[in-house]
Ligand binder design. Structure first.
Ligand SMILES: NC(=O)c1ccc[n+]([C@@H]2O[C@H](COP(=O)([O-])OP(=O)(O)OC[C@H]3O[C@@H](n4cnc5c(N)ncnc54)[C@H](O)[C@@H]3O)[C@@H](O)[C@H]2O)c1
Ligand SMILES: O=P(O)(O)OC[C@H](O)CO
Length: 349
């Protein structure tokens, strides 16, 4: 069987960290072509193209500085050129960009191409919730797995030990992605409950924003633990509401569930910016621009997407923590009302 060409669609903080792993792993496997394409959203850095910097210095100096990428990872600015001939696509862009990128890729993919989404977020469809993987499936007609877990990109790039979860609909494809992505310090479990895995990855970012508010008020570890627990209860309830009987409780015990929720509520960007939101009174948009140097927050936007979906179902009052995050970020509700929200949570009624 010919070696499969891999293309990474995205090159931000996580995209670059995963490129380090993929570039290394394809060299050690007969299954994959040893040269990996990486689509890069082109920008100028001190008068030079980012793609040129990556291809000469083998470093994404803006989104993952101080980490060398393997030389077999080739940065390509045109999306259609990057995906040409690829049989394995790794989608890793902020979720707000994925639909438009799929439209550009459509009609440029070969038969039998498979994909995996590392994107944490959701979208809204005409009938309510739409998963990012569903957008990719519908637009590109691919089998799509997902990878979600307690995986802060900088720590993964430093090769510190962590776990991750692949959610697959096609088990054989899930195993192919495990071969592509697993390392001694990045241990992967494959489960078939793909939609729950994906929802965990998206929803934990909303809880991280609430954890950041709590930190901003200096409420301490007990309060943050309560935010994490109540957030998890809302994640489970939301998954059951939208995915029904197919949701497997054990999935929340995988890295994509409890572990990602913990890491994100302590070490993530959403937490950090939400803490600054409380301390500075600047808007989320201002803080994202000031603090993240081009990286994108997923939590506030996901809270808005989730709020709209819940409104359509008339279920907002069943998810007070998710709703409070949205209202505080976008509707001027006072951040300190996160405490009122915890005090009156239906879990204690
Ligand atoms: N960073 C992490 O620690 C981490 C870990 C796990 C999962 N994730 C998830 O991975 C996904 C990607 O995150 P990331 O950290 O790689 O990205 P990031 O936050 O670093 O985002 C910046 C990326 O978006 C690109 N971009 C900017 N404008 C664009 C446009 N108009 N169209 C297309 N691309 C544009 C930038 O060039 C850059 O590559 C997100 O869903 C995130 O939640 C991130
Ligand atoms: O930095 P965040 O908040 O986007 O979270 C990063 C990862 O999703 C943690 O697994």
């Amino acid at each position: 069987m010919p070696a499969k060409k891999v293309c990474i669609v995205g090159s931000g903080n996580w995209g670059s960290a995963i490129a380090k792993i993929i570039g290394h792993n394809v060299r050690a496997s007969n299954r994959f072509d040893p040269v990996v394409n990486m689509w890069v959203y082109e920008e100028m850095i001190d008068g030079r193209k980012l793609t040129e910097i990556i291809n000469t210095e083998h470093e994404n100096v803006k989104y993952l500085p101080n980490h060398k990428l393997p030389a077999n990872v080739v940065a390509i600015p045109e999306l259609v050129d990057a995906v040409k001939g690829a049989k394995v696509l790794v989608f890793v862009v902020p979720h707000q960009f994925i639909a438009k990128l799929c439209d550009q890729m459509k009609n440029h993919l070969g038969e039998g191409t498979i994909g995996i989404s590392l994107i944490k977020g959701i979208s809204e469809g005409p009938d309510g919730l739409k998963l990012v993987s569903d957008i990719i499936r519908e637009k590109l007609e691919l089998d799509v797995s997902v990878l979600m877990g307690a995986n802060i990109a900088n720590e993964v790039a430093e090769e510190k030990f962590c776990e991750s979860t692949i959610g697959a609909r096609n088990e054989a494809n899930g195993q192919i992605f495990k071969e592509l992505l697993q390392t001694p310090n990045f241990r992967i479990t494959v489960v078939m409950d793909s939609d729950t895995v994906e929802l965990c990855g998206a929803l934990k970012n909303i809880v991280a924003v609430a954890a950041g508010f709590s930190d901003g008020f200096g409420l301490g570890d007990n309060t943050k633990a309560a935010v994490i627990r109540l957030g998890m209860m809302e994640m489970v309830a939301f998954a059951r509401l939208f995915l029904g009987e197919s949701v497997c409780s054990e999935t929340f015990l995988e890295s994509c569930g409890v572990a990602d929720l913990i890491t994100t509520c302590y070490g993530g960007r959403n937490r950090r910016v939400a803490e600054a939101f409380v301390k500075t009174s600047k808007s989320i948009t201002e803080l994202e621009a000031e603090m993240l140097n081009g990286q994108k927050l997923q939590g506030p936007q996901t809270s808005a997407d989730v709020y709209n979906v819940l409104q359509k179902k008339d279920m907002v009052n069943k998810f007070p923590l998710f709703a409070a995050v949205y209202q505080i970020c976008f509707e001027g509700r006072l951040a300190k009302e996160i405490i009122t929200c915890l005090q009156n949570h239906p879990e204690h009624m």
